[in-house]
Design a protein around this ligand. Sequence first.
Ligand code: 2HA
Ligand code: ZN
Length: 275
Amino acid sequence: MNITHVKIMEGFIRACEDGWLQGWHERNGGNLTCRLTTEEVEELRPFFKEQPGEWVHMGVKAENLAGEYFLSTGSGKYFRNVPLAPQDNLCILEINSAGDSWRLVWGLEKGGNPTSEFPSHFLNHSVKKEATKGENRVIYHAHPAHITAMTYILPLTSRDFSRALWKSETECPVVFPGGVGVVEWMVPGGAQIALATSELMKTFDAAVWAHHGLFACGPDLDTAFGLMHTIEKAAEIYLLARSAGQELQTIPDSGLRAIAEAYGVKLREEFLDNQ
Ligand code: 2HA
Ligand code: ZN
């Protein structure tokens, strides 16, 4: 039995490979984390290091994540290489009882650290765990080209982006009825972008990082990956339509309301016009 046969590890590796194949992870771009269930930790434990690493302070703290375990991509590691050598490019981290430090229990065999965005992931996991009563387990950050391109031509507001994306593809209001949040341009990797993103994630399942990429979350890998994919595809359609010529028609707000009604979802009311 190899660790790659454990279901959650297999799914995580597949998500990394799929993201690479989508073109969302040039070089070491992007990062993925999954909060593990107790059952998953027990399945993975036989592969843990005999001696865990030293505790490393994070600079952010979340008491509701004390004692949790996370599967994470490594800082500076390439998604492209994950399927070839998961043990060198991924890691499993244990969080201490104060919820402010991690230690390595598996992976990164050739050295390294968890993703540079671990503070962002960690705070987002905390916010999402609270907001979804423990359901949300996956946070995914990628660099898809079209949604990033949109951040140069649209006002950087959640309302503008949510409306543009909802109207770019009929399924969008069903997939993300809450819309998408937008974080203004910031230096990545630090506490400021982590706090700004986690504030938005209290009410959104996805946040656009201006001139950088996208954060998406979900209860499992399929949902988080699917949300990333849906938003990026809508952004592609938005840009294709605008590059092709002048817009003659689009989905009206009354149409958005009708979709919400037909599919039993609640759209964020303040993002709709009264018509
Ligand atoms: O290189 O994507 O935001 C990893 C990143 C940083
Ligand atoms: Zn990034």
